[in-house]
Design a protein around this ligand. Sequence first.
Ligand code: AGP
Length: 616
Amino acid sequence: MCGIVGYIGTRQAYPILINGLRRLEYRGYDSAGVATLHEGELQAFKCKGKVSNLESLISEQGGIKGQVGIGHTRWATHGPPNDVNAHPHGSEDNGLVMIHNGIIENYLPLREELTARGHQFKSDTDTEVLIHLIDDIRKNADVSIFEAVRIALGEVVGAYAIVVMDVNTPHQLIAAKKGSPLVVGIGDQHREYFIASDATPIVEHTKDVVYLEDEEIAIIDVVEGFKLKNIKNQEKTPYVQALELKLEALEKSGYEHFMLKEIYEQPRSIRDSMRGRLRADIGKVELGGIRDYIQKFVHAKRIIILGCGTSWHAGLVGEYLFEDLARVPVEVEYASEFRYRNPVIYEDDVVIAISQSGETADTLAAIELAKSKGATIIGICNVIGSSIPRATHAGSYTHAGPEIGVASTKAFTAQVTVLTLMALHVAHEKGSITSSRYHRLLIELDSIPEKVEKLLNRNGEIKEIAKVYKDAPNALYLGRGYNFPVALEGALKLKEISYIHAEGYPAAEMKHGPIALIDEEMPVFFIAPKGGAYEKIVSNIQEVKARKGKIIALITEGEQQVGGMADHSIQIPDTDECLLPLITVVPLQLLSYHIAVMRGCNVDQPRNLAKSVTVE
Ligand code: AGP
């Protein structure tokens, strides 16, 4: 997934573009570039590496002028990260230049066709093929740049968010979107416009934004104004929304990394995901976003939960919650598998799609498949106005605030909080749990933010444990019941930011093979709070200890038995078993954070990753 920005207006474009790229760098960071138009001349710089590399290159070259420009930070799909494959890409005569987020699936036949017509390409990218196609159409059909873009996009198969700049129309930018996000900000009474992959580069300039819908094309003209058409050339009325995003949410606010800030934000973000929804004092859950669909849940014969990565782990917690509390059968599916395996989907299925970014391509595609079979689609997303909420029938936002760190932390606990509210609400409606358990769980859920706050005070001791295991080549995470998904999530956190190979397993599963991995080099992180199958996990710990495995155990405050067996233990507040994931994940987030920092890894922008995978 990549980050794209554009500006046209009364100010110099470059400072706005480069700052916008810094805000979008979490979306992809293997190469970057900008292009501007100044007095009829196109200026363009691009290079491998981070946005800071591009900044140095441009300042060495004496800067870049122009009141209209585009910028791009890349997560490579076609062609390795290098200077040539970096965006922007231009037509052969450099009369047109373009940036792109997405994948043109039919770029090879298009490239062959254009090559046969004499086009020569410099890069390996699908993007360069698209700008050549646009140029080819514009020249041969002698049409406007808008019309050439519209016709070219009609030939494209795949996903795109593009901005095209034409040397011959310096008062205009053309933007278009399908399957990848694109937002237009309207500034200074239409005297300037901002374009970006999401609202983060726009929020400091204007709150008035238009989220483009699929197959819409924006003609952004500082002379003629802002026009919106679709690929069929029909006029569309732009729906201008007021941004709710706050600028300070995009800063590190004194933390060394966004990830640490977001781990520490969890007492607030969990509270915000319950705000206006949980009335523990009167025993009420109010989920306005799905109010009209609660009966669908109550009468559902099955719930299918879709997600990827951390969102899939949250979905696994959802499975335990809905089956345990609401007695509804649940299947949790990797969206990428679900969409291709010809699944059986019934009209009375309720599908919950979980996504922090709301832009994950596989999840979006899985939603469309389920919707086409008549299922009811409920979203749990964090980014307001993103593509997934707009593709669902209803849903509940997690309200965790922007999550900039690539490794998801506060989004996970917010997703689990919303799933807990949903499961409790449905259970209460169905009468599948006693009133006393329902009320007790609501009161306990209400206390979770304070318990997380207290747990964060153990950061120092967790950092000390991280020092011991920062050079381990491998690691195992083991949990049972509600903590099995947390074991998977803890392993994902460690591997994606410290590059240590880590695996999560149900603790009982060790005997069926993985125990062969145990030796004195292997740190085993046991999630072993009181409750549930506590005695069983004690046995599992003994099995590992007998084979000299290093044991790091999360234990309930004051517990002695496991604490006495482990090489290191981290005490966590006690809570109801079904609420444990909201607690047990936090020490694992901190452990992976500290280990990654000690290993000198780029915690907020780990190698090979991007914050939202908008390509398949
Ligand atoms: C989690 O730390 C990862 N960044 C990744 O697995 C992420 O959860 C996954 O790509 C799904 O993203 P989404 O929640 O935005 O759909």
